[in-house]
Design a protein around this ligand. Structure first.
Ligand code: 1BN
Ligand code: ZN
Length: 324
C-alpha cells in the first residue's frame, strides 16, 4: 500500500512538472533570453488586487510641457532641455544614465538613455520604454512630435508617479526613456538608426542584465484621440496575448488589435537579443497616418483618455506578468 502511495505521489509530481512546462511560448526567446512566462489565462491567480490607477490630466500636462520645449532632435539645445525635464521629475528615484557618442555621417552627437529603477521583491525586471527625441530629418521644421515621442514619454513620467513610494511585490519595473530612435535613418536595421536601444541592449547583454528581463514593453504614438493599438506581428506573441487580456479586463479591448501589421520600432533591438518584447503603437494617426512625421503632430490631436487607456493597460499587463 505504501509503495502504491509513493508511486502515486511521484506520478502526481511528474504531471505537475509537465504542466509547468506547457503553455510556455517560445516566440522571441533564445539562449540569452529570460526564462519564459506561463501565459495560460486559466492559470492566473484570482484577480483580487485593485485595478491600476493613472492620472490622465497630469500625464496630459506632461505632454504639453515636453512639446513646449520645442523640437528636440539629438544634438540640439532643446534635446538637453528635455533630458533635464525628465531627470527633474525623477529626483529621489534610482536613476541610471547610459550616455555615449554616435558618429553618423552628419557628425558626432551625444546620446543619453535614462532609466528609472523601481525595485520589486521578485528576481526579474519588466522594462517599459519610450523614445523622447524628435525626428532628425524634420529638425529644421517646427515638428514637435506631440504623439510621436512626447505622449509616451509623458506616460512613463505618470507611471513613475504611480510606482513611486509603493512596495512592489512582483518584478522590478524599469522605466526607460530611450534616445535617438528618430536618428538618423529609417529603416530600423540601418546602422544609423535606433542608436539608443541598440547601445543599451548590447550593454545589458554584456553586463548580464538582459537575462533578468522578463518583458520589454514599448510605448509609441499612444496619445491619438482615436486610439487603435496595432497587433504587431513582430512582437512576441504571448506578450501580445497578455496585453489583450489586460485590455479586456479593463474593458478597453475595442482599442486593441483590430489591425495586424509588422512594426519595426525600438523593440526590435531587444527582440534581436531574445528578450520577449511588444510594441504598443497606434500607427493610424489621422486618416492613413497623415499626421505621422509632419508638423501636424500636435497636442490638439491627442486625448487624456488615450493616455489613461494605454497607461492602465500597461500597468495591468505588469500585474499579469507578476502573476505568472
Ligand atoms: C515610430 C514612430 N517609428 C518612428 N516613429 C518607428 C517606425 C518606423 C514604425 C517605420 C513603423 C514604420
Ligand atoms: Zn517617429
Amino acid at each position: 500500500m505504501k509503495t502504491f502511495k509513493l508511486i502515486s505521489l511521484i506520478f502526481v509530481l511528474m504531471l505537475f512538472a509537465c504542466s509547468k512546462g506547457k503553455n510556455v511560448a517560445a516566440s522571441g526567446s533564445s539562449p540569452t533570453s529570460a526564462s519564459a512566462v506561463n501565459t495560460d489565462a486559466s492559470k492566473l491567480l484570482p484577480d483580487t488586487s485593485p485595478a491600476p490607477t493613472f492620472n490622465a490630466d497630469r500625464a496630459m500636462q506632461y505632454v504639453k510641457e515636453i512639446v513646449a520645449l520645442g523640437p528636440r532632435p539629438i544634438g540640439s539645445e532643446n534635446h538637453k532641455k528635455v533630458e533635464n525635464y525628465i531627470l527633474s521629475h525623477l529626483k529621489g528615484d534610482r536613476v541610471e544614465q547610459d550616455s555615449f557618442d554616435v558618429h553618423p555621417t552628419e557628425g558626432t552627437f551625444p546620446v543619453r538613455n535614462i532609466i528609472a529603477k523601481f525595485q520589486g521583491a521578485r528576481d526579474g525586471i519588466i522594462v517599459v520604454a519610450s523614445h523622447y527625441d524628435t525626428n532628425w530629418p524634420l529638425r529644421k521644421t517646427s515638428y514637435i512630435g506631440a504623439n510621436d515621442g512626447a505622449s509616451s514619454s509623458a506616460l512613463l513620467l505618470e507611471i513613475a508617479d504611480q510606482l513611486r513610494g509603493k512596495k512592489l511585490e512582483g518584478y522590478s519595473v524599469w522605466l526607460l526613456w530611450d534616445d535617438a530612435e528618430e536618428s538618423m535613418k529609417l529603416p530600423w536595421d540601418d546602422p544609423e538608426s535606433l542608436y539608443g536601444v541598440r547601445h543599451l541592449a548590447q550593454k545589458w547583454q554584456d553586463d548580464g542584465t538582459l537575462k533578468k528581463i522578463k518583458a520589454f514593453l514599448l510605448e509609441d504614438m499612444i496619445g491619438d484621440a482615436d486610439l487603435n493599438i496595432e497587433h504587431d506581428t513582430n512582437s512576441t506573441a504571448w506578450l501580445e496575448d497578455l496585453i489583450l487580456q489586460a485590455a479586456t479586463r479593463l474593458g478597453y479591448q475595442s482599442h486593441f488589435f483590430a489591425r495586424s501589421m509588422p512594426v519595426t520600432d525600438d523593440h526590435m533591438a531587444f527582440l534581436q537579443h531574445g528578450v520577449p518584447s511588444a510594441d504598443l503603437i497606434d500607427f493610424d494617426y489621422g486618416y492613413n497616418d497623415v499626421f505621422w512625421h509632419t508638423t501636424e503632430d500636435t497636442v490638439d490631436k491627442l486625448s487624456p483618455k488615450s493616455l489613461e487607456i494605454v497607461g492602465t493597460v500597461t500597468l495591468e499587463t505588469v500585474r499579469l506578468l507578476n502573476q505568472q
